[in-house]
Design a binder for this molecule. Sequence first.
Ligand code: PAF
Length: 282
Amino acid sequence: MQTVETISELRVQIAEWRRAGERIAFVPTMGNLHEGHLALVARARELAGRVVVSIFVNPLQFGQGEDLDAYPRTPIEDAEKLQQAGADLLFRPQVAEVYPRGQAGVTYVEVPGISDILCGTSRPGHFRGVATVVAKLFNMVQPDVACFGEKDYQQLTVLRRMVSDLNMPVAIMGVATRREGDGLAMSSRNGYLSAEERRTAPQLYRILQGVAGRLRCGAREWAVLEQQAAEELAAAGLSPDYVAIRRAADLERPSTGDSALVILAAARLGRTRLIDNLLINL
Ligand code: PAF
């Protein structure tokens, strides 16, 4: 596996692969790689002959008082994991390479509406930061296909909308969430949990499963189901940010005839903000 830190080195390799007629799959990450990321790399390998992975902790998507400085950085372990997973190229730019005019001079990509609901309500500007960096990375890597985890379901939906609205020639592939044995969705932020919080954290998924069960039994009072789940989260020791039952395609509120739904939740546990979701086809 080749590792490059500059856009010019990256472009040399991409151009060579393009001349050879190779397809390129891309996996953007912020590093601290776990099995969830490696599942994205495995899927990328199925989709294209060449796999590029980026590791870039994007300052633009962290709000004030969020965990930009504390975000776990494990470059040596990450490179070893990617080598073993069969990635062809690791792109690891510095902040100045991605934002050469500083963060004040950035040209932003905004995906309105869908960026401002759910996680966007408590993290204003977050999805603008994500859309901007992913658009820039797509322009740098020029992939045929890019893989993102379904764990960040709102992010996946925002990026699908961005690619569609801006006619970007990149197929977006969602990859199923990887879970620990007790159901907790894998996340780099799980490392922030204390031992006691770690025992509580799987309640988030358990409560989402409860909502899915009620929907399968015919319940359709979305607001009642959401409120009940939020109360269950609070009783389990989490501080709910939201629980929402939405249409899977566009995160709009469903009408009774909609069958492809997603139940999304975010909750705080100590200093950690956990998110999870469950796709359900009724
Ligand atoms: O999901 C992530 O790790 C990040 O939001 C992403 C897509 C790499 C953009 O920084």
